[in-house]
Design a protein around this ligand. Structure first.
Ligand SMILES: NC(=O)c1ccc[n+]([C@@H]2O[C@H](COP(=O)([O-])OP(=O)(O)OC[C@H]3O[C@@H](n4cnc5c(N)ncnc54)[C@H](OP(=O)(O)O)[C@@H]3O)[C@@H](O)[C@H]2O)c1
Length: 253
């Protein structure tokens, strides 16, 4: 039995959808009203360790999807509770949705992922680390007034779409040869000028927005999202969806 946590979320739903036709999958959620349909459901809250222990009972494979909690202290406590519960429940193997770079850095948003990776490795439970990039879904460029506007300095973005990351997770959960592996699931690099060219519109660099997106744009301009890896393609057994193909399909529909 494959158990998927945070199964009511966007990524969890996609993983459950992919696993459902061919595997026994159980969805773990906080609120049954938001559970994906067509699979057994168990209650599991990262803030309630006993619920996790019960939710993971009998799992041959567990997909631990990271919490959306923003406070790193609380997020670490949630993840460590899940890792402890996985070990206590004797799950066969755990796959954890980490983030690119978390193997070597605990800076900023990587803090909780870094701590969780260490806890997973120390737990004694066979594991696979799925180091996801930023979701491309949140970065699909939109043409405004006939132009493509961005503040990324024309540098590369290694985003990947949730659909591919979900398929990669499902493949790891059902396939062999993934235990002990840490996959850097960077997507195919793309830039805003390349997307503008593919759409046949001019590209113009503009001052970025404030807030989290402004921070991400500064990271892009500094080249921090240009890490490449063949792991996503390898796990999928095919090329990952590119940003250019997504925007061209979007234009055609
Ligand atoms: N790579 C990226 O670009 C990126 C972007 C955003 C987030 N993330 C991370 O990736 C994860 C999955 O992404 P997503 O798109 O599926 O996020 P999402 O749609 O926001 O889903 C978050 C999931 O976490 C569940 N959750 C929240 N608090 C919980 C708790 N205390 N105990 C158990 N479950 C809890 C939510 O349950 P409810 O339905 O009950 O709220 C929901 O199922 C996020 O949680 C976040 O850690 C990555």
């Amino acid at each position: 039995m494959i158990v998927v946590t945070a199964a009511s979320g966007a990524l969890g739903r996609l993983v459950v959808e992919r696993l459902r036709p061919s595997a026994a999958v159980t969805a773990v959620v906080r609120d049954p009203a938001r559970a994906p349909e067509g699979v057994p459901v168990r209650y599991g809250d990262y803030d309630d360790p006993a619920s996790l222990r019960a939710a993971f009972d009998g799992a041959t494979r567990l997909l631990l999807i990271s919490s959306p909690e923003l406070d790193p202290r609380r997020r670490i406590a949630q993840h460590l509770a899940a890792v402890t519960a996985a070990a206590e429940a004797g799950v066969g193997a755990v796959a954890y949705t980490s983030f690119l770079g978390a193997g070597t850095s605990a800076a900023g948003m990587l803090e909780a992922h870094h701590a969780t990776e260490r806890a997973v490795r120390a737990s004694g439970v066979p594991f696979t680390l799925l180091r996801n990039p930023f979701y491309g879904d949140a970065f699909v460029p939109v043409v405004t007034g006939g132009e493509l506007l961005a503040s990324t300095g024309g540098r590369g973005l290694n985003t990947a779409f949730r659909s591919d990351l979900a398929e990669a997770a499902a493949s790891v959960l059902t396939g062999d040869g993934h235990l002990g592996q840490a996959y850097d699931l960077a997507g195919p690099l793309w830039t805003h000028p390349e997307v503008a060219e593919a759409l046949g519109v001019p590209y113009r660099e503009v001052p970025g927005p404030e807030g989290p997106m402004g921070w991400i744009n500064a990271q892009v301009r500094a080249g921090a999202l240009e890490q490449r890896s063949a792991d996503l393609e390898k796990v999928l057994g095919r090329p990952a969806e590119t940003m250019i193909s997504r925007v061209l399909v979007g234009r055609a529909t």
